[in-house]
Design a protein around this ligand. Sequence first.
Ligand code: PEP
Length: 261
Amino acid sequence: MKRTLIVGNWKMHLNVAQSSLLVARLHKHIDGHRDIEVVLAPSMVALQPISTQIDRRRFRLAAQDAYHKDEGAYTGEVSFHMLRDLVHYVIVGHSERRIFFNEGLDVVRDKVSACVRNGMTPILCVGETAQERAGGETKQVLHDQVVSALSNLTGVEVANMVIAYEPVWAISTFGGQIAKPSDVVGEMAFIRHQITELYGSHVSKHTRIIYGGSVDDHSARAYLEIDDCDGVLPGNASLNYHKFTGIVDSAYKMNRDKKDD
Ligand code: PEP
């Protein structure tokens, strides 16, 4: 069974002391669950201290980005290679990276490859802008982003990765329009279909596809109930202890209800 994945992206918020405080509070509430995986993505500077603080049976760590070259004269960058013993996951191709830092398809593809090459799991973010959706280009955008990002990977590597469907228009940074689950169910199914087309259903059924876009403790369960949804990726809500633990509780309750059925 795939574990339900909850990834809190703290973006460029919380210094080391604040991050450590939030982790200490989360430890009090979040137990290790066999069927839920909770991942925290603090800032780069907080990763090392948080890695020594967390109970690894309860939390895993993700970096929010990294550079695809292993080492060299790239002032200011941190490579996937440098993160390999520190984190389990790296978020790649977040819309804030694609839009604010002009990361195109080739850069995202190279980052996904570097992540896998260095033994970590990419959380590849894909999603269309409001303009692309209005222009009827959603499927083309998702197709291009998925096909290009996976182009250097084997089926086994794709089966192990995570793809986050994050419609740009639903992310708090870009307006945070609330997407109803019925607005995204087709897109999530389309992403899985793309993987089936490329690698076959034995691979696509293992790839975890999660949803992100202004998810909070009230909305999480509705997204988690979507057939093709294996988890959620909250940004803003993950900075709030009550909201984030509420999201984890929603996943826990949903899995418990399913078992009771
Ligand atoms: C994100 O950071 O990927 C995200 C979805 O942010 P938010 O939940 O704040 O919209």
